[in-house]
Design a protein around this ligand. Structure first.
Ligand code: NAD
Length: 521
């Protein structure tokens, strides 16, 4: 059959993956404006993490299909790059309205495939939508510079798109992370090849359909599926000029090394271990609420989760209050409006979290709250559930402190001074985010100045910057030079041409050519 012969009825099909209780559908590839079923024999099951029900099947796209997607992206670039910036801005203006109107449909798909609560899934979509809204300001973001050097000479810069760009996404923010990538890439005039996480492709499918509705031409956004083979294809293909990656250290290092070896620009957001510093002068109620939400929300599966708390001095007396708040959180299905903590993504992830908790106990930490034997509502017995868990008396050498747990587990350390807390944060290999809770401006100012972490919250637990700024995780949490979204995102997806021009009335002077370096005097 031809590609067209495999064309599916797009709209309904693109939505079908995210309905719980429906027969599993095959996630379609989206190539050149068409949703097509892969010819592969290699299908990956997407399971509802609350029930283990198979909700969809993701293809490991075949080499031919991947090649076809790359060809489509390269061809579309030739026309898309020539469209006016106002045309591209107009598509983003339409797109933001469509995402807003379809937010709940996208959120439902996220709850079904990823497990987070519905309200949290709406936040996932909203934080991505804000990037699309910021992309509407492209006309200001891409202005160049111009200097009239002399009466007949000008130098000016032009920002131009790179060509085909690729995005490789993690499971934990199925809408937000793709939206950090392709809207900025395409509004700059690039085309984009997106690979959603093979664990939850549904949100990207809906986003692709909405992008087409908003007027993004065929081939400007293509969606390819699969695991490592698809990733390696994107790292190797000569048409791909830049790769954006968000995910684990292991995959990110591989992609950074393979992509840069092939001459591509790569930005990679990696793992994290974010510390919350609690000063004794902090607003008690605000701090305890924020800390509990940031540690256990999204079942701890946020790269900016506050997974580690450092109590400074007498603030350690608040540990029983954190315990009380954590015990109040309800574990269950993300579709239950009462639920605070949904399931984690897979049985393997659950197993890994259990063993990291156990390692803490074995190394001498105290298990203040053990969520491993949590009970959930009938029908959810097979889900990957774990309740809020708190380890106290943790020491820096312990495995539960050294490794990213990525589950609803709060690791507590105690120090006597702010200097010790800062030293602890700076000795940790990660630099994604950190937060301090205090009422003292001088304390906050010292922390901000001395802490070596790219994103800092002052009485704000998850300081993910709004998209007029950039996501500036640092040290072990980032590989590359140019961050995601905001002005950095524009810089990542564009190159600069600098033009020096001379427009002089007829030159009737010297007839002998000079071989000296032009100094433009
Ligand atoms: P993951 O690395 O397992 O998967 C991410 C992507 O990489 C997927 O598309 C997957 O197909 C691909 N991949 C996985 N293993 C690979 C391999 N060996 N070779 C090539 N490609 C591979 O990450 P995940 O489990 O989906 O996401 C969770 C991780 O992402 C956590 O470590 C979290 O901290 C991190 N994360 C970081 C940020 C950030 O901004 N720093 C944001 C979100 C998530």
């Amino acid at each position: 059959t031809t590609l067209a012969g495999r064309l599916l009825r797009t709209g309904a099909r693109a939505l079908a993956t995210s309905v719980p209780g429906a027969t599993p559908t095959k996630a379609p590839l989206y190539i050149n404006g068409e949703f097509i079923e892969s010819r592969t024999k290699d299908w990956i099951e997407v399971r509802n993490p609350a029930t283990q029900e198979v909700v969809s099947l993701v293809p490991q796209a075949t080499p031919d299909e991947l090649e076809e997607a790359a060809r489509s992206s390269a061809a579309a670039f030739q026309t898309w790059r020539k469209t006016s910036i106002l045309t591209r801005q107009r598509v983003m203006l339409e797109y933001q309205a469509l995402i807003r109107a379809n937010m709940d449909t996208i959120a439902k798909s996220i709850v079904t495939e990823q497990g987070k609560t519905f309200a949290d899934a709406q936040g996932d979509v909203l934080r991505g939508l804000q990037v699309v809204e910021a992309a509407c300001g492209i006309t200001d973001f891409t202005m160049g510079q111009m200097l009239a050097v002399a009466k007949d000479m000008d130098t000016y810069t032009i920002r131009e798109p790179l060509g085909v760009t690729a995005g490789i996404c993690p499971f934990n923010f199925p809408a937000m992370i793709p939206l950090w990538m392709f809207p900025i890439a395409t509004v700059c005039g690039n085309t984009s090849l997106i690979k959603p996480s093979e664990r939850d492709p549904g949100a990207t499918q809906i986003l692709a359909r909405l992008a087409a509705e908003a007027g993004l031409p065929a081939g400007v956004l293509n969606v390819v599926h699969g695991a490592v083979d698809t990733v390696n294809f994107l790292c190797d293909h000569p048409s791909v000029r830049a790769i954006s990656f968000v995910g684990s250290d292991h995959a990110g290092k591989h992609i950074y090394e393979r992509g840069t070896r092939n001459g591509k620009r790569v930005q990679a957001n990696l793992g994290a271990k974010n510390h919350g510093i609690i000063m004794p002068d902090a607003d008690r109620n605000h701090t305890l609420n924020q800390l509990t939400g940031a540690a256990f929300g999204a079942a701890g599966q946020r790269c900016m989760a506050l997974s580690t708390v450092v109590f400074v001095g007498s603030s350690r007396e608040w540990i029983p209050d954190i315990l009380a708040r954590a015990q109040e959180l309800k574990v269950g299905s993300g579709f239950d409006a009462q639920t605070d903590v949904g399931p984690v993504i897979s049985p393997q992830a659950l197993q890994r979290i259990h063993s990291l908790i156990q390692s803490g106990v074995d190394e001498g930490a105290e298990l203040l709250l053990d969520g491993r034997q949590v009970t959930v509502a009938a029908g959810l017995e097979k889900g990957n559930f774990i309740g809020p868990t708190i380890l106290t008396g943790v020491k820096p050498h312990m495995k539960c402190y050294q490794e990213e747990i990525f589950g609803p587990v709060l690791v507590c350390l105690e120090v006597d001074t702010l200097d010790e807390a800062i030293a602890l944060v700076n000795q940790n290999r990660y630099g994604n985010g950190t937060a301090i809770f205090t009422r003292s401006g001088a304390t906050a100012r010292k922390f901000q100045h001395e802490v070596d972490v790219g994103q800092i919250g002052i009485n704000v637990p998850i300081p993910v910057p709004l998209p007029m700024f950039s996501f500036t995780g640092s040290r072990g949490s980032f590989l590359g030079d140019i961050n995601f979204y905001g002005r950095n995102g524009i810089n990542f997806y564009t190159g600069i041409k600098t033009v020096t021009s001379l427009w002089r009335a007829e030159d009737a002077g010297e007839t002998r050519a000079s071989v000296n370096m032009p100094t433009m005097h």
